[in-house]
Design a protein around this ligand. Sequence first.
Ligand code: ZN
Length: 399
Amino acid sequence: MAKEKKGADKKAAEKSKKATANVVETNNETVETKAATPASVLTPEAVDFLRTYINTPSAVGFESGGQKLWLEYIQPFIDTHFVDPYGTAVGVINPDAKFKVVIEAHCDEISWFVNYINPEGLIYVKRNGGVDHQIAPSKRVLIHGKKGAVKGVFGWPAIHTRMSTADSKEPQAKPENLFIDCGARNKQEVEDLGIHIGSVITYEDGFDELANGYYIGRALDNRAGGFMIAEVARMLHNNKVKLPFALYIVNAVQEEIGLRGAEMIARRIKPDIAIITDVTHDTQTPMINKAIEGDVACGKGPSPCYGPAVHNKLLNIVQDVAAANSIPLQLRTVSRSTGTDTDSFAYANDGCPSVLISLPLRYMHTTVEMIHKNDIDSTIRLIYETLLAIGPDTNLSYL
Ligand SMILES: [Zn+2]
């Protein structure tokens, strides 16, 4: 939250304050205690887009469906766009400006590959990203073959039959014993459906809402991020903001298998500043150790982190902007890597000052990933206000 800051950072926060229409006016010292909840930036149309976006399969390496939808959505808010060879989509505002700022999320969804089809028509799988084998049994899936999506299920031995093994032990779900039944009863019938080795498989579970402002769905990691940067673009457009730099709104592919899309696009854009958004673990549920994972809760605000790839001065600015706009933060730390595209941007080219603003999320990499709408709201506002607080003159020098 509010921390002691140096003069330059205070200035940045002041600048942001001036640029905002609905800033809560407070005395400098009492920003947190007088925090009020501003009107939500989440319009019903925006939530409709989020629902459709989440419900559109976008497997790692095969992200075109989601990317197309996302590009269409941001089209009215940008000046131009481009797509790189592996499908990373970039909307640009002020493309001619020399100074370049990136706001970024990743669009890829963890999934499975068809790896082997047995003579009985059952499909064995291989991971495509860190998809969780423990949740697979009895899940409904879509197998994306050459003739379109085919429905299937992860079969699993019944509770009645699975104890009849020699050692009477429960079988554990592992990538090598998981199989999909799509109704075909031999290999030929599988192939007749257009399914082939290398078809990607996504879960069917879609977007839904729970009580008290929670959204659930698969791949909210990190299409919630793509949604938020799109909303930032919409706010800039609607508020007719003139930025003193080129803004690249980047929805990167292939994060889940090693931050690869970001790596490619960072080299191409060569940004001067990058603001990354992704999800992080809510640590309030059972079997998570706060002493290890930190203390983060859905609904209590965006979660930026400290870590070597995170630029300290940029993080200071984000913290000041948050304080000036009464946005609560939940700070955490990362060891070595952030595990997000932040690293790809920070270490690209000659080094790019980068910061990570994460959205708290429960049950990561399951089909019931859960986020709170207040956090989406405040993360959008935080990124927006940070953009108003930075520019080519921002001093990010460490020494
Ligand atoms: Zn992930």
